[in-house]
Every structure is written in C-alpha cells, then in structure tokens.
Ligand binder design. Structure first.
Ligand code: ADP
Length: 829
C-alpha cells in the first residue's frame, strides 16, 4: 500500500517567494500552498485557501454553463496523478470569482502541472504553474491573432524556461535532500536532468517549427543559438549564421537603433516590444526597408540572463497602408484647400468636421464656428426644415444628396449654395460620413429672381395691354360715334372741314369745303388751288395766318373774301383751325373748319354803311352848332352873366363829346372799308405827351394825373392818331377809376422800342373780358361800367392804329387794384 508522504514545510515555504504563479496541490487536489504572486493575482489570502479543496475555492462560473473549467482542470490533474507525469494544458477559460461582488470575471489561463515524487517514488505533490493570458485571448484581428500565437509561443517558452528554472532549483534542493537521505536520489537527479534535456529539446523544436520568425541569442556577443526558418527568411540569411555573432551574421544591423534595444534587454532583463519599427535588412544583396513588430525577452539559465529571445512580425504591409492612407488624406486636404469649390466633410454621425479655404473665404466661418453650433441654424429659415430632412434621410440611407439653400455669412448676409454630398466608406465598407462640394450660386439665383420678376411684370403688362386694348376699342367706338355726331353737326351747320399736311402741302377736304370754294369734287387739292380763290387783298393776311400756324403753332381764325372758283361769286369765309404736332413737337398739320359767313358779313356791312352815313350826316349839323356856340360864347363873354356863360360851357363840352363819338363812328367805318389813312411824319413823342399833359391839366381836376418826364423820343408815325390813342387810354382811366385816384403815365425806351403805359387805380377788368377788350363794340358788362357812357369802339380803334404802326397794345389788370394799358412801338420804322 502506498503511503502518502507530504512535502516538508520548508519545501512548501520556498514556493512563497517565487516570481511566478505557483499552486502546490496534494494528490487529492487540496491546496498545500501558493506563491505570493498567485495569491495577489487571484485576490485570495493564504489562510483562505491553504488546506482547501481547490474546486471549492475556484468553482465554475454559474452564469456561464458553456465553460466547464472545473471539469477540464480536474481531468488534467487526474492525468498527472494517473500517469505520474507532467502536463501542460491548452489555454483555459476559467472565470475568477470577485469575492467583493461575487461576480465572475472572464479570465484565460495557461496552466501546466509537474508531479513531484518522494523518496519512494510515490507522488508527493503537484506543482501547478499558472500564467494569465486573458488580454492576449481577447485580441481579435489578424495581427493580434498573430500576436496571440506569438504570445502563446512565448508563454510556452517562458513556461518551459520557468519549468526549467524551477526544475533546476527543485533538483538542487532535491539532490541535497537526497544526498542526505537516499542514494536513489542521485538517480532521481539524473532522471530530472534528462527530463530537462527533453524540455530544452522541446523548446528548440517549438522555436524551430514556429511559423513566427524567432531566434535566440546567447551570451554577451549575441551569438545566434537558435534561428528558425521564418527568421532566416526574414533576415535573408542562410542557416550558417547559427554560431555566428549578431554583427557577423547580420553586419547591416550595426548602428541601427534595434541593436541598443537588444543589448538593453540582455543587460536589464526587461522585456521589450517595438511596434511598427523601421528596419533595413539586406536580402539577395539588396537593402530592403521594412516595418516590424519586434519582441525581445530575456532567456534565463539558472536564474541568470543567458540570452535573448527575439520574435519579429512583418507589419510592413499594415504600416505602409496606414501611411498611404495618411498621405492620401494629406493629398485630399491640399487639393481641397487649393480648390475654389467649397468642400466640406462630415463624420459618420453627420457632424461637420472640415471646411476648406474656399468656404472660409466665402462665408467667413471656420470649421470650429460651425462645429460648435448646430450648423443648420445658419441655414435660412425658409429652407431649414427641408435641408434638415434631406440631410437626415441621406445620413440614414448612407446615400448621396443634393440641395440648394441660403447660408448666413459672418457679415450677416445670406449666400445661395448648391450642395452635392456623397457618402464615404472605409476600407471595410463602413459608412464614414459625407464629402460635400458646394457652389456659390447667389448671383445665378438673383438673376433667376430678376427674370422671374421680369416675367411677372411682362405677364402683368400683357394683361394690362389687354385691358388697354379693350379700353382703346371702347374709346374707338366712342370716337366713331362722336365722329358721326360731329359729321351730323357739320352737316347741320353746313360746315366744311379740311386738314392740311404742312410737309407735303396737300389738303384733305370734305365735300362741303370743296363746294364752298368751287374746288373739284374729288382728287387732290393743293394749297395753291385754295389760294387761287382768295380775293387778292386778303392773300397777305391768309398767308400770314398760315405762316403763324406753321411757325408758331398759333391757332387759326381768319375771315376773308373769296371768289367762288366756278360761279365767280364773292363770298365771305371764316376759317377756324388748330395745329397738330408730331411726336417730336414739330407742327405737322392744320385741321380747320370753314363756314360761309357771307350773310353776317353783308349785315355788318349794311350796319357799317348806315353808321357811316348817319355819322357823316350828323357831322355837318354838329359842326354848324359848334360854330354857332362859339359865336354865342364870344357874344356873352363880356356880359358878366355867369349863368349863361356856364350853360354855354356845358353845351360846348357835350358838343365835344358828341363830335368825338361821331368821329369815332366815322373812323370805324373808314377802317372797315380800308379807307383809314396814316399821315406818317417824324415827331418827338415826349413833346406829344407834354401837349396832352397840358391839355388834361386844364380839363380834368377830378383825378391826380402824373406824367413821368422822359428823354426825347423820336418816332415816325401819324402824330394825330397816336395822340388819339394816348388820349383814349387816359380818358378811359379817368372814366373807369374813382375820383381823386391816381393815374400814372410813363414812357420808356429800350431795344429800339418805345413802351408807353397808363396805370390807374380803378376796379380793374374781369379776367374773362381781357381777351375781347380790343374787339369792336365790346364793353365790360358789370355794374360799375353800366352807368358810364360809351360804345366800345375806343380801344378797337386804338388797337387798329397801333397795329398799323407795327406796334402792340395790351392790358394787365387786377380786380379791385386797377389796370395798366401798355403800348409798344418800334423806333426804327
Ligand atoms: P367805351 O369806353 O367807349 O365803352 P372802349 O373801347 O374805350 O369803349 O372801352 C371798352 C371797354 O373796356 C369799356 O366799356 C370798359 O368796360 C373797358 N375799359 C376800358 N378802359 C378801362 C379802364 N381803364 N378800366 C376799366 N375798364 C376799362
């Protein structure tokens, strides 16, 4: 029967300080002891575990029935007991209970067991060496997977190393004990040494067969001890480098930083890892730059560093693809910055993360301005909702989008943008955001708006044109109607109408016009044909009227005698017309209406003849009476009979009035029949005025008549008739202004023209009467004038006299203030 002999307390105590995780178990799997590192790594105390059944202390994770860690470990331990040999387990997930929370934490372990026998060769205890590999296991990508492999290899090597070290120590101790106790122990030592050799063999094989490039350097000179196939390929060397030093085998490494690293690991024992380190190596005579993850671990022998394990992973591909990614990113930025197109990018969440220079130029915003705010708040409120909707759906669908909207610039103006966004995907096909290109289309938009408003205006104009056309149609209808009315009126009044084209001289005449003049019933009528009918004495006047119309656009109103072109009869025609102007204001035609005024003219003539005859007949007796009166005045002059004298004076004044009136009528009739004769002579107008002044001073005491003295003014004309005009104006002023009011006469000379005026302070003349004041027999019909005697011929005669001297006569009058009559006469005639 086998008797179980447990290890001594000393033996157990030696495990406490070992720098690895050790657990010492009895063959019944009770915990005998554990290294301090084991306790700290599993958060357990020595007291709590020593003497306990291992699976009571480390039970299965009840939450995860998929992992039966206890069963696996128990099987491995049982195998040690049954076979009395060491074993190493594949990586084992064995979740560890956190005693404070009673939660199980996911953990991965590399576990190996070694059986230790007593002097009788009975299993005394089991050494469990544990390494935690949780981190390595959790790494997922290919590179990391490779690292896990490499880590695994490393763990195994270290495991072997550790095992070897442990064995060394154990062996030494055991040998000592054995030497003291049993010679068999030496045999035991021998067995152990063999086993170690086997271990070393195993570790060499492991390295040599590993697909990961590995090598072991030995000693201070870094002699290649083990170099596997993968490492030889990596270095571009042949197996003959084994046994050579690093510098002999790989001379190109001299001076590269990696050498220092290697020596540092050898000297300090601190493992070293370099990720993506650039290394230049010579392969087939060519220098090749590559990037490597390089791991150096110290290799121990009898507790002392004896060499360095080197592992190299070629990551050139990953590094260069990272670098080319960075380079392409840089290229994109450079391109985007130089572009005039607005370029922006958003991340996968839609946040703006880049705006190029063109953006900054246009809007004044920098990426940071828009990043910190909600960028859509810069969009014009009219487009904001639509912009957000389009962007949100493109973000969800990872699809491209297109939009036009206004964005606020830093100055506060809105700019129109046309934006196109395309989704970006990374190498694995994951959505990585948007790249957007935008154009500033503000001017294009404004242009479009202008076109729209022009179009609108055109449509409106068309509509109003339509209305205008309608109105025009209505107006035409009205015009037609009024033309018809006019024609009826013309017909009723026996009026003829004519339009004369002033450019061509061609007259368009109505039938009535033609028949009034005896012109051909149809065919073209020229002005010359019309003139042929006019009585020669009226031709100058008719021409003058036409000339004034053509030159000055003056209205036409002329009455003249014609000789009917067919009957030869003398007829009086009155032509009233108006001048029409073209668009440039040039007089282009005269439109005139003609009426036969022969009956009126004949009536007038009869009246004139009668007045002339009566005046003439009255003149002889009045002249005789005047003579008799003068005789009587002489006879009674010296009698002193005042009464008779004053009666005779009054008779004289009345006779003078009567004579003046008769003379007036005679003059009118003479004027009408063209019998007025001008007796032109050179005379001094100032003298004439002085004579008249003298005369008035004696006969008028009712008014304050003032003469302004003037220089000598020599005039050529009819002295008596011009004197008559001056007398008439003064006597009117006396007649039509209140007693004691002032009458001012003045006379000026300028620009070869004499201007004479008579100003009174009378009632003035109503405006509507002013144009007719110089007409024959015209009198103002107001209350003031009603009681004042007169026939309305004084101003008519005055005007005719002044006109016959090529002068002008006119009046200015303000009601209630008075009137001023002016006469102007040319001085050079
Ligand atoms: P008569 O004075 O004989 O009526 P006139 O030909 O001299 O004829 O004048 C015509 C009209 O003009 C007058 O009837 C009068 O109404 C008006 N008139 C003329 N002179 C004046 C004046 N100085 N102030 C006011 N009215 C005047």
């Amino acid at each position: 029967m086998k008797i179980y002999s447990p290890p001594s307390v000393d033996t157990l105590n030696t495990f406490h300080a070992l720098p690895e995780m050790y657990l010492v178990l009895s063959p019944s799997f009770h915990i005998l002891t554990a290294s301090d590192l084991y306790l700290s790594s599993t958060y357990r105390s020595r007291m709590a575990i020593e003497g306990k059944y291992i699976f009571d202390i480390f039970p299965n994770n009840p939450d995860d029935s998929g992992f039966e860690a206890v069963e696996i470990l128990r099987a491995a331990l049982s195998e040690v007991v049954q076979t009395n040999s060491a074993n190493a387990m594949p990586i084992l997930r064995y979740d560890l209970e956190d005693l404070s929370t009673h939660q199980f934490v996911e953990r991965y372990w590399s576990i190996s067991h070694t059986a230790v026998f007593d002097a009788d060769g009975q299993l005394s205890y089991i050494i469990q060496l544990v390494k935690e590999v949780t981190e390595l296991v959790l790494e997922s990508n290919l590179v990391k997977q490779q690292k896990v492999d490499q880590q695994k290899s490393l763990i195994e090597i270290e495991q072997l190393n550790g095992e070897r070290e442990l064995m060394d120590k154990k062996l030494t101790k055991t040998l000592k004990e054995l030497r003291e106790t049993n010679l068999y122990l030496e045999e035991k030592v021998k067995r152990r040494t063999d086993s170690l050799k086997l271990s070393e063999e195993k570790y060499r094989n492991l390295i040599e067969q590993s697909p990961v490039a590995m090598q072991v350097f030995r000693g201070e000179d870094m002699v290649f001890e083990v170099v596997n196939e993968a490492m030889l390929t990596f270095l571009g060397k042949e197996p003959d480098i084994i046994g050579k030093t690093l510098f002999e085998g790989v001379p190109e490494i001299v001076g590269q930083p990696i050498v220092n690293v290697l020596y540092n690991v050898y000297r300090t024992g601190v493992p070293f890892e370099l990720m993506g380190e650039e290394v230049i190596l010579e392969r087939n005579g060519q220098k090749i730059v590559g990037f490597y993850d390089v791991i150096y671990r110290p290799v121990y022998e009898l507790g002392k560093i004896s060499g360095v394990l080197g592992i190299a992973l070629d990551v050139t591909h990953q590094v260069s693809s990272q670098r080319s990614l960075a380079a392409s990113e840089q290229r994109f930025r450079t391109m985007a910055e130089a572009s005039d197109i607005l370029i922006s990018t958003n991340d996968a969440k839609g946040n703006l993360n880049y705006l190029n220079h063109a953006w900054v130029n246009l809007t004044g915003w920098q990426t940071k301005d828009l990043k910190d705010f909600d960028w859509s708040s810069f969009v014009h409120p009219n487009e904001r909702a639509e912009v957000e909707e389009i962007f949100a759906s493109a973000l969800t669908a990872h699809s491209s989008f297109f939009n036009e909207f206004r964005i606020l610039d830093k100055v506060g103006n809105y700019r129109w943008l046309r934006i196109k966004g395309n989704p970006i995907f990374d190498g694995s096909g994951n959505f990585d955001g948007f790249i957007c290109s935008s154009l500033d289309v503000t001017e294009e938009k404004q242009y479009l708006l202008e076109i729209q408003s022009v179009n609108k205006a055109l449509i409106e104009a068309n509509e109003s044109q339509f209305l205008i056309n309608e109105k025009l149609q209505q107006a035409n209808n009205k015009l037609k109607l009024s033309e018809e009315n006019l024609q009826s009126a013309f017909n009723a009044g026996e009026l003829g109408s004519c339009s004369l084209d002033l450019k061509t001289g061609i007259a368009d005449m109505s039938g009535r016009y033609r028949s009034l003049y005896g012109l051909p019933v149809d065919g073209e009528i020229t002005w010359e044909m019309v003139l042929k009918s006019v009585e020669p004495e009226f031709i100058p006047e008719v021409n003058k009227v036409l000339e004034n119309a053509v030159k000055f656009g003056s209205p036409v109103d002329s009455t003249y005698a014609i000789r009917h072109l067919i009957s030869g009869e003398r007829r009086w025609m009155r032509v009233v017309g108006k001048v029409n102007q073209d668009l440039h204001g040039v007089n282009e035609s005269v439109y005139a209406v003609v009426m036969d005024v022969t009956p009126q003219k004949e009536d007038e003539q009869r009246k004139n003849d009668f007045i002339a005859m009566v005046s003439h007949e009255l003149k002889t007796p009045v002249t005789s009476i005047t003579g008799y009166l003068q005789v009587l005045q002489r006879l009674f002059k010296n009698t002193g009979d005042d009464f008779t004298g004053s009666v005779l004076d009054k008779m004289g004044r009345q006779l003078t009035k009567m004579t003046t009136m008769i003379n007036g009528f005679l003059n009118v009739s003479r004027l009408e029949s063209g019998k007025i004769h001008l007796d032109r002579q050179r005379f001094n107008f100032s003298e004439l005025l002085a004579d008249i002044e003298d005369e008035y001073k004696h006969i008028v005491s009712t008014h304050n008549i003032q003469f302004t003295s003037s220089e000598e003014i020599i005039l050529i004309g009819d002295r008596d008739k011009i004197g008559h005009v001056v007398n008439n104006l003064i006597s009117n002023a006396v007649k039509y202004s209140p007693i004691h009011s002032k009458i001012l006469l003045s006379c000026t000379k300028a620009n070869y023209t004499l201007t004479f005026s008579v100003k009174d302070e009378g009632e003035g003349i109503p405006e509507e009467d002013l144009p007719h004041l110089f007409d024959r027999y015209y009198r103002v019909q107001n209350v003031e004038a009603r009681n004042i005697a007169g026939f309305g011929i004084g101003l008519y005669l005055s005007a005719e006299i002044i006109k016959s001297h090529s002068g002008e006569i006119w009046v200015e009058s303000v009601r209630g203030e008075g009137s001023t009559f002016y006469v102007s006469l040319p001085l050079n005639s």
